[in-house]
Design a protein around this ligand. Structure first.
Ligand code: ADP
Length: 177
């Protein structure tokens, strides 16, 4: 959609009640872990891990969808980002995460989806490069979307927020916030 709103906010990915789906920076087994996966699974409750058992394992660049359980969101979209310097080509695999997550959201007729900065925690992807991949992939994927109208990036620190905002301004076809 050409009028899709792309925004960057500081916050917790597990506390985005106005979003239809939140994206999990998952591990291959879709188990609770540290960082984003820990926050999402603890807010969703044990039912999420039970549902995820049937969907795992996933490979780098892959995305699967589950329900949101006790989260305020209808769905969780689980992406396995690349481990930087290990899963190659890292930039293509990271782009695949964003692209597939957006297409899955669209196939489920969702309007709003919130992403964390996939791969930039334990998986070691440099933030600035990751932000550029994220924004470019959103820009490239927008023409294929018919339902998704709000894409939110949820960053954990002021510094991360400013890096993502800067990357957003570098994609002229994204409206900004
Ligand atoms: P990965 O394993 O894909 O690197 P992580 O969960 O370790 O995923 O971290 C991804 C990014 O999300 C990091 O920048 C981290 O600071 C941030 N982060 C961690 N917890 C949260 C949270 N609850 N909400 C939003 N972002 C978070």
């Amino acid at each position: 959609m050409t009028d899709t709103k792309v925004e960057c906010v500081k916050g917790n990915i597990a506390s985005q009640p106005d979003m239809d789906a939140v994206v999990n920076a998952a591990n291959a087994e879709l188990l609770p872990g540290s960082g984003v996966a820990g926050a999402i699974h603890s807010a969703a409750g044990p039912g999420l891990a039970v549902e995820c058992r049937a969907l795992a394992p996933i490979s780098p660049g892959e995305a699967v969808i589950s329900s949101g359980h006790n989260l305020p969101n209808r769905h969780v979209i689980h992406c396995l980002g690349p481990v930087y310097g290990v899963d190659e080509p890292s930039d293509r695999l990271l782009a695949e995460c964003y692209r597939k997550a957006l297409l899955l959201a669209d196939q489920h007729r969702l309007v709003s989806v919130a992403f964390p900065a996939i791969s930039t925690g334990v998986f070691g992807y440099p933030l600035k490069e990751a932000a550029a991949v994220a924004m470019k992939t959103v820009a490239d994927t927008l023409p294929s979307l018919s339902s998704v109208g709000v894409i939110r990036f949820v960053l954990f620190s002021d510094q991360d927020l400013s890096v993502f905002r800067e990357a957003l301004t570098r994609e002229p076809e994204l409206s900004g916030d």
